[in-house]
Ligand binder design. Structure first.
Ligand SMILES: [Zn+2]
Ligand SMILES: [Zn+2]
Length: 392
């Protein structure tokens, strides 16, 4: 598999439920539509390709996995939703570069504080969910951000104008307008475009590029003046630390935070969590919804059945209903509960390090839960955003 970015530049107003995000299912549907246009009309691809040169089968056939993430709207290639552990000031929300009191991540500080401190009133400077600048309460900071450099982010906002088109049909019998409808659509600013992360099996790049060469159509009102986007496939060259580097950085920050509390309040550390006893931590960060396999595990928190002894110790989760449309079959898919957020796990010292690393590598590349090929359950292990503990 090779990683790519799929850039989508809107050429027409779009009619989407959420103009900031194009769900994976909609992207797959749009690609399926342009492929099916060259197929034998009426052929049911559930049974196999429609012919020797079936373009649909080349990308969506049996045994081929083309993996899409959702496409996010931003001003650069590195755009993604903020983690659920991002916080900002309730009085002056936002990044410092945008005149806010700053945005930072609380996963490490909050979890260590909760597990390490028995008597917070004895501490000189306990962790609190308050703004370091003005002491106002913190609030979650959600939405999309474009990463411009290692420590520089810009919130994606106010990028579109809504346009309304008047349409009506005229009733011949009663000679009056019936069913007027005014579809509204979003005109995306030229400075912004959508980017989706994509994985393709080796060798499929030319096929994919040919499929998108005449553009894609997204959202409602396609082919009727809405939804045309120009599409571009480029190799994913975003610099992203390796899994080993991310785990190292995360655990270094966790240890530093524990040392801080140990120095201030040595009796506060529980007996099971003494410093440097070999235990370590990781997070699973889910920014596209994960759908749990309830047949195997009755919880929304991802279970790591392969890793006995490793337990989730803290989670920040949000859930929503996921559904979709099967373009080729022309049928709706069942709706299920999808979960996004952050789960923190503790690895006891006695766990075999190599075995854990193997599972984490698998999760980091393959994701978790069901519906992976439709973009659900993409996982990042120890997103570097957790290290941004000071307001940016
Ligand atoms: Zn076909
Ligand atoms: Zn503040």
């Amino acid at each position: 598999m090779k990683r790519y970015l799929l850039r989508l530049m809107p050429e027409q107003p779009l009619r989407l439920t959420d103009e900031t995000t194009i769900p994976t299912a909609a992207l797959r549907g749009a690609l399926a539509d342009v492929l099916l246009a060259t197929c034998v009309p009426g052929h049911e691809h559930d049974t196999g390709p429609c012919g020797a040169h079936c373009r649909y089968w080349a990308l969506f056939g049996e045994g081929i996995s083309v993996r899409f993430g959702p496409a996010y709207l931003g001003t650069g290639d590195d755009t993604s939703p903020l983690l659920l552990t991002a916080r900002t000031c309730s009085r002056a929300p936002g990044f410092k570069t945008a005149d806010g009191h700053g945005v930072f991540d609380i996963a490490i500080r909050q979890s260590i504080f909760e597990q390490a401190v028995v008597n917070p009133q004895q501490l000189l400077a306990p962790f609190s969910l308050r703004c370091p600048v003005c002491n106002a309460p913190l609030i979650s900071y959600t939405g999309l951000v474009t990463r411009q450099s290692e420590r520089e982010y810009a919130k994606v906002e106010a990028v579109s104008a809504t346009i309304t088109e008047a349409q009506a049909s005229f009733g011949r019998v009663r000679r009056q307008v019936v069913a007027p409808h005014n579809p509204s659509a979003t005109l995306i600013a030229r400075s912004h475009y959508y980017v989706a992360r994509l994985e393709l099996p080796e060798g499929l790049e030319p096929t994919f590029k040919q499929a998108i060469s005449a553009g894609l159509w997204l959202g409602a009102g396609r082919m009727r003046g809405f939804g045309a986007v120009r599409a571009e496939l480029v190799p994913d060259t975003l610099s992203w630390p390796t899994l080993t580097e991310r785990l190292k950085g995360f655990n270094r920050a966790m240890r530093a935070e524990r040392r801080y509390y140990a120095a201030m309040n040595p009796v506060g550390l529980p007996a099971t969590g003494s410093l440097d006893d070999g235990e370590w931590y990781f997070t699973l960060d889910l920014s596209s919804p994960a759908i749990a396999n309830y047949a195997k595990h009755p919880s929304v928190i991802p279970a790591l059945a392969q890793l006995p002894g490793i337990v989730p110790i803290r989670s920040w989760l949000s859930s929503g209903v996921e559904g979709g449309w099967h373009a080729a079959a022309g049928l709706p898919r069942p709706t299920r509960l999808g979960v996004t957020g952050v789960v923190l796990y503790r690895v006891p010292a006695e766990n075999n390090r190599a075995a854990v690393d193997e599972v984490l590598t698998f999760l980091d590349t393959e994701g978790i839960g069901v519906g992976r090929e439709r973009g659900y359950g993409a996982v990042t292990v120890c997103d570097p955003f957790h290290l941004l503990m000071e307001p940016l």
